[in-house]
Design a protein around this ligand. Structure first.
Ligand SMILES: C[S@@+](CC[C@H](N)C(=O)[O-])C[C@H]1O[C@@H](n2cnc3c(N)ncnc32)[C@H](O)[C@@H]1O
Length: 246
């Protein structure tokens, strides 16, 4: 099953976080870029021919190539719980001759294991030009954004959505919310299966691998990436940004 991103505004988000609105003449790698919505942002200054998108969803890569044929679209057949359950675990990044001023990943490590995130961040750092930057997002469960009007934090916002979609009951949502309190990081599988500070998840049949939402507190991300700058969400988004400069 393919997944087509319906989010827009990624360029505005990253250009604000990186403090640079002019990306002309700069190579950009959009890791987990899906169909390339970053290029559809009206504020985008990315040169399409200097844009590379790497994604584990084959169909998205094909759709992206069709829409932006001058850009570079690479299918990366690495395992992902929901997006590519038949992929190869820990598959190394494909060979690429280019290096990049900006490597961005919007809402990618919010769906991968922590082991994958740590491995991939190291690999992606090696693709940066001197002075370049890797910027990726994460979700702090206890921070309040989209649920602010109702006094709900990011985790509670997600649980409300899962309840609304009838993936879990209100009681299950409350239980997850209580049990997650104080955790530095955790994974929420299929809406209601909570794994606190462990990747040791039970086996799910491929067709039952629906969602894999990973939450990290800001403090915990600082401890994982001590050299990074961590910034709160901008552009009405819910995700924090972790920036590692070369
Ligand atoms: C929530 S979507 C976000 C897509 C895009 N960044 C956007 O903002 O529109 C997550 C994307 O990450 C991709 N993805 C998941 N795990 C990945 C991995 N290990 N390597 C590369 N892409 C991955 C998925 O296929 C999907 O396209």
């Amino acid at each position: 099953m393919t997944f087509t991103s319906t989010r827009f505004g990624q360029f505005t988000y990253f250009s604000k976080q990186l403090g640079d609105a002019n990306w002309r003449g700069k190579n950009v790698l959009d890791f987990g870029g899906n169909v390339g919505n970053i290029l559809r942002d009206p504020n985008s200054t990315i040169d399409p021919e200097r844009y590379w998108c790497l994604d584990v969803d084959k169909e998205s890569i094909e759709q992206g190539r069709e829409a932006f044929p001058r850009s570079h679209w690479i299918f990366y057949d690495r395992f992902s719980f929901f997006f590519n359950p038949h992929g190869t675990p820990s598959l190394p990044l494909p060979e690429m001759d280019e290096s990049f001023t900006y490597v961005v990943a919007y809402s990618v490590f919010t769906n991968t294991s922590q082991t994958d995130m740590l491995e991939l961040v190291e690999d992606l750092k090696s693709k940066l030009t001197p002075g370049g930057a890797l910027a990726f997002t994460f979700i702090d469960p206890y921070y309040t954004t989209w649920g602010a009007e109702r006094g709900r934090n990011n985790l509670q916002w997600r649980l409300d959505l899962e309840t609304e979609r009838r993936h879990i009951t209100a009681d299950e949502a409350n239980d997850v919310d209580q049990r997650a309190q104080g955790a530095k990081w955790f994974i929420l599988v299929n809406g209601g299966d909570l794994y606190i500070e462990t990747e040791n998840i039970r086996r799910y049949a491929c067709e039952d691998q629906r969602t894999f939402h990973v939450f990290h507190t800001t403090e915990y991300m600082k401890s994982l990436f001590p050299d990074a700058t961590i910034l709160p969400p901008v552009n009405n988004e819910m995700q924090h940004c972790c920036i590692i400069r070369n």
